[in-house]
Design a protein around this ligand. Structure first.
Ligand code: GUN
Ligand code: FE
Length: 420
């Protein structure tokens, strides 16, 4: 048992920011209680003292591509489909080389470790060995992550495609079994068909069977771009909606926990099924602007009770810092409200914070709040301004951090373990 002392910010509901100064007592990885002063019987426990520092729940990044780390912040000149062909596929193909993978994934893991993110859902590449290297690195870091070896057997260049559903499945099973035999506690496998245009019906069907057989969650992309949606319709003429290309194989929520990135153009029917099947939406506003995808109805998703969290989606997104992604979520929601549809008022920074913490954290269990029983995931931050001199309200401190903070954690805890 130990206690952390500081100023704790969290969101018990999407419209309520709570700021408390005092001690959070952590027992066996979980929060036992909050108290302003330590009661007598707890005076002997170790106290980690961050007096005056802003401490936030560890954030959950529901969607990012570790294999696109090298070109994060570049390649901003084209929309999605050309961006995949010109940048994503050639770069991801380089991970056939384990030395390259070890070097780049090592740099990626260090970078992620220093952000406020404690949990994430990560796309790797089609390469089993490189994906296992990434899992090794993440496992050593102590962060919790679901990691996906990608499945791709059509519509990408020969140099970056699996030869057949059989060949792809053989590698996927080898990857699942190796992950098991290595006994990873934190870097767990997640079934990851890149998106429907990349995966034949037969391969998708077998991936659905594997998710059920091995009890694995799944992640993919959906309804990100209008050209992509038209392409899916042409590739799967026997479906009426994009989501059916996943759901008909058991890969859309329900008993298979699912994260779907983007959901920008999801039809009312697709939305209905996402909600009914508890599909988690990864809202990726920085990526959506960079690859000219569109503006997702994130305020609607949050206020209508969908499961929605944030994703950095590097390298579509240009930063791993989820505070910057929060600010972008607010900015994009304003553009949507002003120029597309005035149905839902723009997101507040508190709602964006809720998505980054509670919204995404739910995918991992009781994560994202400083409440008794929740896993103690937290990041200690250095604020860019001295709030005591310029007299800021809690909401202003949060907002200033989102817009002006560097996103670098000074200390970080995952499930009660200090990992930074
Ligand atoms: N759709 C399929 N692959 C990708 C990818 O790598 N990034 C994004 N943003 N969308 C995708
Ligand atoms: Fe993506």
């Amino acid at each position: 048992m130990f206690a952390v002392k500081g100023t704790f910010f969290d969101t018990p509901s999407p419209d309520a920011l709570r700021m408390r100064e005092g001690y959070l007592v952590v027992d066996n990885g979980r929060i036992r209680c909050f108290c302003e002063t330590l009661p007598l019987e707890l005076r002997c426990i170790e106290v980690l003292d961050y007096t005056g520092k802003m401490i936030v729940p560890g954030m959950s990044d529901l969607h990012l591509h570790a294999s696109q780390y090298r070109y994060t912040g570049t390649a901003m000149d084209v929309a999605l489909i050309d961006w995949l062909s010109n940048y994503a596929y050639p770069e991801e193909a380089r991970y056939a080389d384990p030395d390259y993978a070890a070097r780049l994934y090592g740099a990626f893991t260090q970078d992620l470790l220093h952000t406020s993110t404690t949990r994430s859902c990560i796309f790797a590449t089609i390469h089993t060995d490189a994906t296992l290297i990434l899992q090794d690195l993440l496992e050593q870091s102590g962060m919790v992550a679901y990691v996906g070896k990608l499945n791709i057997d059509r519509n990408s260049p020969d140099y970056y495609r699996e030869a057949s559903p059989e060949a792809g499945m053989a590698e996927t099973i080898r990857w699942i079994l190796t992950s098991r035999s290595r006994g990873y506690q934190y870097a767990l496998p997640m079934i990851t068909p890149r998106f429907t245009p990349s995966v034949t019906d037969e391969y998708m069907r077998r991936l659905g069977e594997a998710a059920a057989e091995y009890g694995l969650p799944m992640q993919s992309h959906i309804s990100e771009n209008t050209d992509e949606i038209a392409w899916v319709k042409a590739l799967c003429p026997d479906t009426s909606y994009y989501y059916e290309t996943y759901s008909r194989y058991g890969l859309f929520g329900g008993t298979t926990p699912t994260v779907m990135a983007h959901c920008i153009y999801s039809s009312p029917e697709e939305c209905r099924v996402m909600k009914e099947q508890n599909v988690f939406i990864a809202h990726c506003p920085t990526s959506n602007e960079n690859v000219i995808a569109g503006i997702a109805p994130a305020a609607m998703y949050l206020r209508e009770g969908y499961h929605v969290g944030l994703g950095s989606d590097i390298a579509g997104g240009h930063t791993l810092n989820l505070f910057a992604v929060m600010a972008a979520a607010v900015q994009m929601s304003k553009l949507r409200w002003k120029f597309l549809s005035s149905d839902y008022a723009p997101l507040s920074i508190i709602e964006a914070f809720y998505m980054a913490t509670v919204g995404g954290g739910r995918f991992f269990g009781k994560v994202g709040l400083f409440e008794p029983g929740y896993e103690f995931d937290a990041a200690v931050l250095n604020e860019p301004v001295n709030h005591s001199v310029i007299d800021l309200r809690p909401e202003e401190r949060l907002e200033i951090y989102a817009y002006r903070g560097d996103g670098k954690a000074e200390a970080k805890f995952v499930s009660g373990r200090k990992i930074l």
